[in-house]
Design a protein around this ligand. Structure first.
Ligand SMILES: [Ca+2]
Length: 179
């Protein structure tokens, strides 16, 4: 009986010690000022005859506005294999940033959602195509080499009232694939 209680107490102490450590991700420049976000929704919608990706995420207390990064990644086979005969893959990535302060839907910049025009994402994919072509050419690979393309969105909360404001060290959300 006594042993059980001792183990329980040790567990409680371990939790108390672990929490402040977990609050600061390793390698960060300072403590994050705002908590991270979970992006819950990425759907295609139509607003005023314009096709948009509708992104929705969890509210963050104290957030003045939010920044959304769209990342497009192409993964391709380099035609080479490692020592275990496993094909060596390479990736090319491009990204674009959007912010709730640029929203055109009449909402508030602190609203935790955003419409991003599909045409903006298509422009990013065109950029990715060009970057992929350049990478294939540099590696002297067949320009028709097939690539797997994934587009994801991630969000972070911003609070410009916090000084210094130069680079806000808030954590990014999960990366949610766009449909
Ligand atoms: Ca929301």
């Amino acid at each position: 009986m006594k042993i059980k209680r001792a183990i329980l107490m040790l567990t409680v102490i371990a939790l108390l010690v672990a929490i402040p450590v977990l609050a600061k991700p390793p390698g960060s420049l300072g403590p994050p000022t705002l908590e991270s976000i979970v992006v819950t929704t990425a759907t295609i919608d139509e607003v005023d005859d314009v096709d948009v990706y509708f992104l929705d995420w969890t509210d963050v207390e104290g957030a003045d506005k939010y920044s959304v990064d769209i990342e497009a990644t192409a993964t391709y086979d380099t035609g080479e294999v490692d020592e275990d005969e496993v094909p060596i893959m390479a990736t090319v990535e491009v990204s674009a940033s959007f912010g709730t302060s640029d929203r055109l839907d009449g909402g508030d910049m602190s609203d935790s959602d955003l419409n991003i025009p599909v045409s903006d994402v298509e422009a990013l994919l065109a950029e990715l195509d060009a970057a992929l072509a350049a990478a294939l050419a540099a590696a002297e690979l067949d320009p028709e080499t097939e690539a797997t393309v994934e587009v994801t969105a991630k969000v972070k909360a911003l609070d410009p009232s916090v000084k210094p404001t130069k680079r806000q060290n808030n954590p990014f959300s999960n990366s949610l694939p766009l449909p």
